[in-house]
Ligand binder design. Structure first.
Ligand SMILES: Cc1cc2nc3c(=O)[nH]c(=O)nc-3n(C[C@H](O)[C@H](O)[C@H](O)COP(=O)(O)OP(=O)(O)OC[C@H]3O[C@@H](n4cnc5c(N)ncnc54)[C@H](O)[C@@H]3O)c2cc1C
Length: 396
């Protein structure tokens, strides 16, 4: 009987995985024993990391998206459909247009969404770069500020040991901000304050979610006259007075509040009832090794929707996709999954507008920071402008 694999979400996780599954299961697909369907609520695919460059006027919307169909191998059936309900017992999905899709294997790849409205006043008075329009608004503010105070905050999920999206992004954008204001000739008149909450994943009173990187940051910031403050957990913003309040009892004025906002899973996942994550955040209970969803048969999860202690990053999806592809193929061919994810994540961090720092880590090893270089910057630029699309196509 034909095995129907349905993937929900046409971001980097779902796209990469769909393409890799075709390669892995090509003989079965050719003889009609396996079909792969990808459902996404958007016809386009966004290179999300480019949103942070949008904030510094380096990318426009037209440069950071491609039609999803153009990234997929022809054997994949792609449909623009928003999934509204999962029936894990009946093994089918419902979509907003009223269609029903039955599956034998399901992969949830719906990512996460910023939720600034979860902190009083943040949506009204804060800025962020985790979506296109907010990043454009931030670009407008950063391009016109002449003097004042830019206050940077980072909010973590309440679910224990789950990080915010792209762990290094607040550091990257702080360093890019410094370069950007220097290029504009206003850096001397603008104070930059980088802050971090008291509890950051498993760390306390630090400046980054892993110790080796957190330890080098004060020296990096000091070179650039960036101030830093530990123990600032954003709890409320007074939009009129432009003051950010912390759970620790501090109050800080700002001209621009550049925030990493709270995040959550998408509505369909929240409403599926499977997650027991704190604060209704919706992260799916994920088997650290096989990437199956605990308690569900033949259901996997990839990318930002997991409750794993690894970065919510494309560089995590890159290592999770082959594990899931292998495990689904093994379930079909051998009857059980046989491949283990080791928590590996890799990326090239953008350290200022020109420099880059390659990084990698896994469940048992932290990132070992190295000096940012222009060569690293070239590598990152190459990834931004071309390599990413090859990765999404499953070619790299
Ligand atoms: C500013 C910024 C900087 C970043 N920098 C980096 C970086 O330098 N390196 C790195 O590795 N990662 C980085 N990331 C993180 C990276 O972009 C994400 O981790 C990655 O996109 C997650 O992939 P995903 O497939 O899980 O989710 P997404 O890419 O978000 O894709 C989710 C997909 O699901 C679809 N969808 C949602 N709900 C439904 C539904 N109900 N029905 C159907 N479809 C649905 C969406 O339309 C989307 O296509 C950054 C992210 C941001 C925002």
């Amino acid at each position: 009987m034909n095995k129907r694999i349905v993937i929900v979400g046409g971001g980097v996780g779902g796209t990469m995985l769909a393409n890799q599954l075709v390669g892995k299961l090509y003989p079965e697909i050719l003889r009609g024993a396996v079909s792969i369907t990808l459902l996404s609520n958007c016809p386009d695919h966004f290179y999300k990391p480019a949103f942070m460059y949008v904030a510094f006027n380096q990318f426009f919307e037209e440069e950071l998206k491609r039609p999803e169909r153009s990234l997929l191998r022809p054997e994949i059936a792609f449909q623009v459909e928003e999934v509204t309900a999962f029936d894990f017992v009946g093994q089918h999905l419902k979509t907003r247009s009223g269609k029903r899709f039955d599956y034998d294997f399901l992969v949830i790849a719906t990512g996460c969404v910023p939720a600034p409205e979860r902190i009083e006043g943040l949506k009204e008075a804060g800025d962020h770069f985790y979506q296109y329009q907010p990043a454009r608004q931030l670009a407008q503010r950063l391009s016109t500020i002449e003097k004042g105070r830019i206050f940077i905050t980072v909010s973590f999920p309440h679910t224990p040991n789950v990080p915010h999206q792209c762990g290094i992004a607040p550091v990257e954008t702080t360093l890019m901000l410094d370069d950007f204001l220097r290029r504009r000739g206003v850096r001397e008149q603008v104070e930059i304050i980088y802050t971090y909450p008291t509890v950051a994943q498993l760390m306390r009173n630090c400046l980054f979610l892993q110790r080796p990187t957190g330890d080098v940051l004060p020296a990096v910031f000091a070179q650039k006259n960036i101030h830093h403050q530990r123990g600032f957990t954003l709890s409320r913003v007074d939009a009129d007075a432009k003051i950010a309040y912390s759970a620790e009892g501090d109050a800080q004025p700002f001209d621009i509040l550049m925030a990493t906002p709270p995040i959550r899973a998408v509505d369909a996942v929240l409403e599926s009832g499977v997650s027991q994550a704190a604060n209704n955040e919706g992260w799916l209970p994920t088997n650290h090794e096989t990437l199956q969803v605990y308690g569900l048969e033949h259901v996997y999860v990839i990318g930002d929707t997991v409750d794993l202690p690894v970065s919510k990053a494309g560089g995590a999806c890159h290592n999770q996709a082959p594990v899931i592809a292998n495990n689904i193929a093994a379930e079909i061919r051998l009857g059980a999954p046989n491949t283990v994810y080791d928590g590996r994540v890799q990326a090239v961090a953008q350290m200022g507008l020109n420099a880059g720092m390659p990084l990698w880590y896994d469940y048992t090893h932290d990132v070992l920071p190295t000096p940012p270089t222009r060569l690293g910057g070239l590598l990152r630029n190459g990834f931004n402008r071309g390599l990413y699309w090859a990765v999404a196509r499953g070619l790299l």
